[in-house]
Design a protein around this ligand. Structure first.
Ligand SMILES: Cc1cc2nc3c(=O)[nH]c(=O)nc-3n(C[C@H](O)[C@H](O)[C@H](O)COP(=O)(O)OP(=O)(O)OC[C@H]3O[C@@H](n4cnc5c(N)ncnc54)[C@H](O)[C@@H]3O)c2cc1C
Length: 263
């Protein structure tokens, strides 16, 4: 059985995100990192492999992105993936959600996975939708927000977190599953794994290699256009209550909360 994990390179969480107002795209020139939500998907794959209830022969990390995205793949390999696939092509520049999902589905088709795992969201785009788009192209069942996965008679029994509680769903493979960040505590890579990651096989593919028509991706293949991007409104300055007389301070805090109907 083969598990493919979709991973993405995103701006590091510590970096202030900037928009390039010319192209209306995120400026990705600063420090980048593996999308933290994807570390949960890699850990879920490793737990399925190590759990022994499914015969998992390999875990493959897959990404779409510029040359720098290889670093995200190396981190995924350091966390346990056996090898990685990098879809990289200038034709992909400017792909929106649907075009990105189609391109990723084409790479996955060439790998014929039994399970596709994703993070719940990317830390930059936060579209939460790639899993569903990929599943639609692959004609596989799609589950989102999965926070528990057990193997039962060769099937996966998954719990997905919903607003009202949990859904328990039995899933026949192959399937596309995006996992919530409550599913596990991702491991830290060992120094040996970090050093060894660069030596694991990395397959770089162009759009032509996986049968993507250039007109289906990039700006040409995207049917949405970003027309405006605005920074969030600045935070209002907070009110500081000095504690000179505790009884009076408590009264002031209660009055402040009461005014805002918070109590
Ligand atoms: C209208 C619009 C226009 C856009 N225009 C551009 C543009 O011009 N240039 C540009 O660079 N981006 C653009 N984007 C953003 C780009 O398309 C996003 O990377 C893409 O939409 C995926 O969304 P997401 O990463 O937020 O996915 P989510 O659904 O939030 O991510 C969920 C999971 O999907 C997987 N995943 C997501 N993306 C990838 C990937 N590339 N490779 C591997 N796994 C992945 C990860 O496992 C991730 O945890 C645009 C988006 C929109 C909505």
């Amino acid at each position: 059985m083969k598990i493919c994990v979709l991973v993405k390179e995103v701006p590091d969480a510590a970096v202030q995100k900037r928009i390039d107002t010319g192209s209306m795209r995120l400026d990705r020139s600063g420090e980048n990192n593996l999308n933290p939500f994807d570390t949960h998907a890699i850990e879920a794959a490793m737990q399925l492999k190590e759990g022994g209830d499914l015969q998992v022969d390999e875990v493959v990390a897959v990404t779409m992105g510029p040359g720098s995205a290889q670093r995200a793949l190396q981190k995924a390999v350091a966390l346990g993936a056996d090898r990685s696939v990098h879809l990289s092509d200038d034709a992909l520049l400017g792909s929106d959600v649907c075009a990105t999902g189609l391109a990723l589905a084409k790479v996955l088709e060439s790998e014929s996975p039994d399970v596709v795992l994703l993070g719940q969201q990317s830390d930059d785009g936060e579209c939460y939708t790639i899993g569903a788009v990929v599943a639609d192209h692959l004609k596989m069942p799609s589950l989102t927000q999965v926070v528990k996965m057990d193997v039962e008679d060769g099937k996966l029994r998954c719990e997905r977190q919903a607003e009202y509680g949990y859904d328990t769903v039995a899933l026949t493979l192959p399937a596309v599953i995006s996992v919530g960040d409550a599913i596990n505590e991702p491991r830290y890579p060992s120094l040996k794994a970090i050093m060894g990651a660069k030596k694991k096989p990395l397959d770089t593919k162009s759009t032509g290699d996986v049968g993507i028509d250039a007109g289906q991706v990039g700006e040409a293949g995207s049917q949405t256009t970003v027309i405006a991007l605005n920074p969030p409104p600045p935070k209002e300055a907070g009110e500081i209550i000095e504690d000179e007389d505790t009884a009076e301070t408590v009264e002031k805090i209660v009055a402040w909360l009461d005014e805002r109907k918070l109590i």
